[in-house]
Write a protein that binds this ligand. Structure first.
Ligand code: SF4
Ligand code: SF4
Length: 598
């Protein structure tokens, strides 16, 4: 037995590795990204960044069909993308253990919505396990592989942001041998879901769920902690720790398996306490099912349905509900002196010049003292670093829904009869994830839109993971790099222009030409992500020719700031000649490198 300080994500990776997985697939997404990164450090396990979450589940399921244990991980919104593949896995069941991690993000720290993945477990009639700390993340992951094989089911593991990213000491166990040979056993009735076979699987899934519910009654993953009989708390995941802090005297039923529920265990627990309260983040999932058992419990009438819990949130709700007289303690508030910083593109970001050009062409940015004009151009954005182009001073994104939606949003607008030609802006990783589907649709249905693919050859927002167009594997090894330009031409796009992200004149010319053209046009804009390359050139400096017009501020570079009455460039972060965007837009030629400054 070894003791290590691990985050929840590292513990899931370690638990899976020690359970003998031979394959792990994922699409990066906060808060789940570090799971695959941690597995990728283990050379004996094949890892991949799949092009999207549905593909990741399909790859994992293929390995499972060959009798190999596999781990698939994603964030909660990724499970929407993978829903079809997830339901297929739920229907056919598995051979080798298959664990699908969907990390929820209560409080929307880094997502486009809050949603509760436990509902997918119910939809697929598969078990859902909820770890509340790193040790449980390790133990539950190991247990999940055994449950998967014992019950012929994929298992949904649902950590939340706080569990994924906080660290605690984990005791690990010995590794289960993983040298089994991959073999495929033909079984049409189980694996080929033609209607006849699928109809036969239905009763098997119902039976599986019944057996899982019986297992949940005595599983060590569900624990009772006896305390005062006045208050019984039913809880799961990280909410358990918040609740214990606020109600140390209460009795607890902590559900490590949050679906299916152990009905007998819950009934027994309810008979031992005077009042039952369910404390759970996000939806009243446990509460709904417990109420359906006919028990009278409180839950979302006391505790919030939105946002992340904390001891303060739980105690404030408990006071409002009359469960507590006074707040037992107040957490330490963040230091008030910390500067509030809006989300910004990094200095030297290749997206800055594109959004600046879109912003000026679209009448969105205005120099200080000038009258604001009605914005022109309709710009459909997507998910990635470049979503930050929505913030001032760039203000150059009008829609942003889910991964890959921007191209189809624009196509929908043009088909709806929008007079002007709409633009779609998408990054290379998101294009590979699902944007390509929108492109194929737009070509096929002759949607005359303008698509800008911002290619920085990485998945920058989640920390520079590889993708099919990056030329780098999950372990950072060089692999075949799929050319976006060839892919786009192969999809039937006739008008493709490739420009340099740091050349404002060519971006402007390409945009004008594409906007005037009656055809579907794709502009691929290449520019390295500065935080990946870490290249630093001679920083720029503002000289005495500056008349304080403020034009350079419109590029939205965080290295350029107003300092009292003058404008300065922060020398410590400017990437200099690898960018020069500010230099290109200064009308007074007042920005130069340090050496040529007079
Ligand atoms: S550096 Fe150039 S763009 Fe910036 S305020 Fe001065 S004159 Fe204007
Ligand atoms: S060259 Fe200008 S725009 Fe580029 S990083 Fe430096 S200050 Fe920012």
């Amino acid at each position: 037995m070894k003791r290590q300080l691990l985050s929840g994500n590292e513990s899931i990776a370690m638990g899976a590795a020690h359970a003998g997985i031979r394959l792990a697939a994922a699409y990066p997404g906060t808060p789940s990204t570090e799971i695959l990164e941690a597995v990728a450090r283990l050379p004996q396990i094949y890892t991949e960044w799949s092009s999207n979450e549905a593909v990741a589940v399909e790859v994992g399921l293929g390995a499972s069909y060959a009798g190999i244990r596999a781990l698939v991980s994603m964030k909660h919104v990724g499970l929407n993308v993978a829903a079809d593949a997830f339901m297929s896995a739920a229907t056919t069941g598995v051979r080798g253990g298959l664990v699908i991690v969907s990390a929820d993000d209560p409080g929307i720290h880094s997502s486009q919505n809050e949603q509760d993945s436990r509902n997918y477990a119910r939809l697929g009639k598969v078990p859902c396990l909820e770890p509340s700390n790193s040790q449980e993340a390790y133990n539950f992951t190991r247990a999940a592989f055994q449950i998967s094989e014992d019950f012929d089911t994929p298992v949904l593991l649902r950590p939340t942001t706080r569990v994924c990213h906080s660290k605690s000491v984990v005791e690990t166990k010995e590794t289960i041998s993983n040298d089994a040979k991959a073999t495929f056993k033909h079984d049409h009735g189980k694996l080929v879901m033609l209607p006849g076979a699928a109809r036969e699987r239905g009763p098997k899934l119902t039976e599986r769920l019944k057996k899982l519910a019986e297992y949940a009654e005595t599983s060590p993953l569900n624990t009772v902690i006896s305390g005062s009989t006045k208050l019984g708390i039913i809880t799961s995941g990280i909410s358990f720790h918040y609740a214990r802090e606020i109600f140390p005297e209460a009795s607890y039923l902590k559900l490590g398996i949050s679906y299916p529920l152990p009905i007998k265990l819950i009934n027994q627990f309810s008979q031992q306490v005077e009042k039952i309260v369910v404390i759970e983040e996000l939806e009243g999932f446990l509460e709904l099912h417990i109420k359906a058992m006919g028990l009278s419990v409180h839950g979302k009438d006391y505790f919030p349905i939105e946002g992340e819990f904390s001891p303060d949130v739980v105690s404030a709700a408990a006071i409002r509900a009359g469960l507590l007289d006074v707040q037992p303690h107040k957490s330490v508030a963040p230091a008030s002196s910390l500067a509030k910083r809006p989300p910004l593109l990094c200095p030297g970001c290749p997206h800055s010049g594109i959004f600046f050009t879109l912003s000026t062409l679209g009448h969105r940015s205005t120099l200080p003292g000038k009258i604001t004009r009605t914005p022109k151009l309709t710009i459909c954005g997507d998910i990635g670093c470049y979503t930050l182009g929505a913030y001032p001073p760039l203000s150059a994104i009008d829609t942003c829904g889910c991964m890959g939606a921007g191209i189809s949003h624009a196509a929908g607008m043009t088909k709806a009869g929008l007079e002007e030609k709409p633009l779609a802006v998408i990054g290379d990783s998101t294009f590979m994830h699902s944007g390509i589907n929108g492109l194929l649709n737009a070509v096929y249905n002759q949607s005359n839109i303008c698509i800008l693919i911002l290619d920085n050859s990485t998945t920058a927002m989640t920390g520079h993971q590889g993708h099919p167009g990056s030329g780098a594997s999950s372990a950072g090894q060089p692999v075949t790099k799929i050319s976006i330009e060839e892919l786009v031409r192969g999809a039937g796009v006739r008008q493709v222009t490739v420009v340099d992200a740091f050349n404002l004149k060519s971006i402007r010319a390409a945009l004008k030409q594409s906007m005037d053209s009656p055809e579907l046009e794709v502009i691929i804009i290449h520019g390295d992500c500065p935080t990946l390359t870490r290249k630093r050139g001679k920083p720029r400096q503002i000289n005495t020719r500056c008349d304080d017009c403020g034009a350079c501020l419109l590029i939205g570079c965080s290295a350029i700031q107003r300092d009292g009455s003058s404008i300065i460039i922060d020398q410590s972060v400017c990437v200099g000649e690898y960018c020069t965007l500010c230099q290109q837009i200064c009308p007074k030629d007042a920005i130069t490198d340090l050496e040529s400054t007079v």
